[in-house]
Design a protein around this ligand. Structure first.
Ligand code: CP3
Length: 369
């Protein structure tokens, strides 16, 4: 399908299922909306087939393939939202860093940042529309091809999580190289986090202009920071992102879309996160829904948080786990999800059982209340 990039958002097909957006905005919903982090992924045979032999970041730069991969899980499961297929590491690439996806090893930077002087190697005036326009094209195309079935979520990595990858050069258990910067080069760390924040703000506004109807910020590596370091090196930037994105959307006459913050393992910051400009706070599975609700009150919608590994349980058991989770969160101001992404060895039928259980149990609970 030919898509004119100039098509104004009003020309997008009308949204048929707004349950996810209603919950994100704190409005009542007839059932609990549900989606899964990494719902487009290797656990689906059709995903593996389409990705087969193609380099991961080449896939990310091919809007038609991103669109098809985004739609695949929606054909199987009655999910209430789609999330654009892309990756958080496209931002370090836009800054001029090389990132490759090595099978069995994951994302790898051949030349990670080693010391403060290495910041000079980064591009300072990134033209976001030029460097990341392929993501915007994928979003516009997908928004059309979704035909209004469900809303489309755009996303970014948070400054701290992107900084960890740029310094560690890949996955790490301790994040000690990146954390060393916070103690040895605090000023350079702040410069890098500010630079990332500026690009992220423009990138997220661009995603909404292209058709994203909600935005999620992934601070997947928040957990290796303690409360003090989170307060200094992550929270201010996360807050700034939500505030500036919303101001810019207003200024540009674009819809001010709901924003989700997912700071994995940063429970100590729940109170503060719930008082920032995010409508939704995403939770990993290591916090109980009751405790999270106590800390955030009804200020925000909560999203999460079933242990992804619960999908290894027999299908009948998944229903019980889901029921208990919804009872604890309540059926309103709640978006069901896993506490982190799906793993490649998970059974698609069990994902289906999870989604179905959320709908069935939440409808029943709404009817009996
Ligand atoms: O379905 C969705 O959730 C949308 C797509 C999505 C991907 N990556 C696709 C992907 C999203 C939202 C991401 C975000 C992302 N990427 C994060 C934040 C979320 C999180 O998981 O904490 C992070 C940390 C990354 C970096 C990254 N990219 C990792 C750690 C990996 C896994 C490497 C591996 O070998 O397991 C990737 C690759 C990646 N991104 C895959 C997918 C579907 C799998 C690789 C493939 O398809 O070949």
């Amino acid at each position: 399908m030919e898509v004119d990039q100039q098509t104004p958002p009003s020309k997008f097909p009308e949204l048929k299922n707004d349950t996810f957006l209603r919950a994100a905005r704190g409005q009542d919903t007839p059932h609990v909306p549900v989606w899964c982090m990494r719902q487009a992924g290797r656990y689906l045979p059709e995903f593996r087939e389409l990705r087969a032999g193609q380099d991961f970041f080449t896939t990310c730069r091919t809007p038609e393939t991103c669109c098809e991969l985004t739609l695949q899980p929606l054909r199987r499961f009655p999910l209430d939202a789609a999330i654009i297929f892309s990756d958080i590491l496209v931002i370090p690439q836009a800054l001029g860093m090389e990132v490759v996806m090595l099978p069995g090893k994951g994302p790898t930077f051949p030349e990670p940042l080693k010391n403060a002087e290495d910041l000079l190697k980064l591009k300072m005036n990134v033209d976001v529309a030029m460097e990341l326009g392929y993501v915007f094209e994928a979003i516009t195309l997908t928004r059309h091809m979704l035909e209004g079935k469900v809303p489309l979520i755009g996303f970014t990595g948070a400054p701290w999580t992107l900084m960890t990858y740029m310094i560690e050069g890949g996955g790490s258990n301790t994040m000690s190289k990146a954390k060393r910067w916070l103690y040895q080069y605090p000023e350079a760390s702040h410069s890098l986090l500010s630079l990332l924040t500026d690009i992220i703000v423009e990138y997220l506004v661009g995603q909404v202009a292209a058709g994203a109807q909600a935005l999620q910020v992934f601070d997947s590596h928040a957990g290796c920071l303690g409360p003090r370091q989170f307060a200094e090196f992550s929270l201010p930037y996360m807050r700034d992102i939500a505030k500036r994105v919303k101001a810019k959307l207003k200024e540009a006459g674009l819809e001010v879309v709901p924003m989700i913050v997912f700071a994995k393992d940063a429970h100590y910051a729940l109170d503060e996160l719930s008082q920032s400009d995010y409508e939704v706070v995403g939770l990993d599975w290591t916090i109980s829904p009751k405790v999270a609700r106590e800390q955030t009150g009804l200020r925000v919608t909560l999203q999460g948080n079933m242990d992804p590994c619960a999908l290894y349980a027999p299908k009948e058991k998944i229903g019980n786990i889901v029921k208990r989770m919804i009872e604890e969160f309540g059926t309103q101001r709640y978006i069901a999800n896993l506490g982190h992404g799906l793993y490649p060895d998970m059974d698609p039928e069990h994902v289906g059982a999870f989604v179905e259980a959320v709908h069935t149990h939440s409808k029943n609970m709404n009817q009996s209340s």
